[in-house]
Ligand binder design. Structure first.
Ligand SMILES: NC(=O)c1ccc[n+]([C@@H]2O[C@H](COP(=O)([O-])OP(=O)(O)OC[C@H]3O[C@@H](n4cnc5c(N)ncnc54)[C@H](O)[C@@H]3O)[C@@H](O)[C@H]2O)c1
Length: 269
């Protein structure tokens, strides 16, 4: 997600500092960005010169002080509370007062993360969709303390990235995952109960509901571990059994069948 976010900011003309823990990851990210920009050149969305200019605007770094130059920060480290907390506190300690800290979290409370920084009023959720350069939605999530100015700045910023921002309040799963995950979970239950094969479930949703991907295909794309984790957040957050993760989904995760990234999920890759 981080390389996609850097991609769209750089393409829109912003200078980007892309930070990761190791140069290897940065090299891989720059390679992905270059390949993804190539795709846009091939589709005549941007010119070769625009591609080179966008790449030149990204400065990959591993050190923390380089972040001090930022006017806006988007955090996109793995979905673990302790890690996010450490990274956000680090950013909070080096950027100027008033600079907005945004998090791309899929499921952690914006209010709770914001409260751990010195700037809860300048803290916001900026939930990009995967793949970032392609998907136009950004859920912009207000924490309890998010100021109107922070919220409006983030909404406007999304528009300059040629994204469509949608305003959402802080609540487990926001809107995207609160609606999507129960559908994926129900599809998994249908397979577990022998109602239909994964192919049949996906065919119904693609051809009958006009979804571009079936729910199980999408679950494999997102990662079955990620789906199970988000369902757990919904289950804990609402205390409602309707969000309990399907046992088949949990079994696949336990087996290491995590979807596309592990070569096997509901489908084999
Ligand atoms: N994958 C998706 O479809 C998706 C969609 C929307 C939102 N998200 C959210 O985006 C975030 C990132 O997800 P991802 O799938 O890109 O994860 P990922 O594991 O693919 O990438 C995370 C990156 O963060 C880096 N990182 C780890 N620790 C770091 C640190 N201390 N400082 C700087 N960088 C560090 C890792 O090296 C890695 O490059 C998560 O919060 C996730 O919930 C993911």
């Amino acid at each position: 997600m981080g390389n996609g976010i850097a991609h769209v900011f750089a393409r829109a003309g912003y200078a980007v500092v892309l930070r990761d823990v190791d140069q290897r990851f940065l090299d891989r990210a720059m390679e992905s960005i270059s390949k993804n920009l190539d795709r846009e050149v091939k589709k005549d969305k941007i010119s070769e010169a625009q591609k080179s200019a966008a790449l030149a605007r990204i400065r990959p770094v591993v050190d923390l002080p380089s972040l001090a130059a930022a006017d806006f920060v988007v955090e996109a480290v793995p979905e673990q509370w302790d890690l996010k907390l450490r990274v956000l506190k680090d950013a909070d300690s080096v950027v100027r007062p008033g600079v907005i800290l945004a998090t791309n979290t899929s499921s952690i409370s914006i209010t709770k993360l914001a409260a751990q920084t010195t700037r809860p009023e300048n803290f916001v959720g900026m939930h990009f969709m995967n793949p970032v350069p392609v998907m136009v939605l950004v859920e912009v999530i207000r924490g309890l303390a998010t100021s109107e100015a922070t919220f409006q700045t983030t909404m406007s910023l999304c528009e300059t990235l040629q994204k469509t921002p949608v305003a959402v309040n802080d609540s487990p799963g926001f809107v995207s995952n609160r609606v999507l995950m129960p559908m994926i979970n129900e599809a998994a239950f249908a397979v577990m109960e022998g109602v239909a094969t994964p192919e049949a479930v996906d065919a119904v949703m693609k051809t009958g509901m006009n979804h571009p991907m079936g729910p199980l295909e999408l679950a494999d794309f997102i990662g079955l571990d990620v789906c199970a984790d988000i369902l757990e957040v919904l289950f804990q957050g609402f205390g409602d059994p309707k969000y309990r993760a399907c046992p088949l989904l949990r079994k696949y995760v336990a087996a290491g069948w995590l979807g596309r990234k592990s070569g096997r999920g509901f489908y084999k890759y």
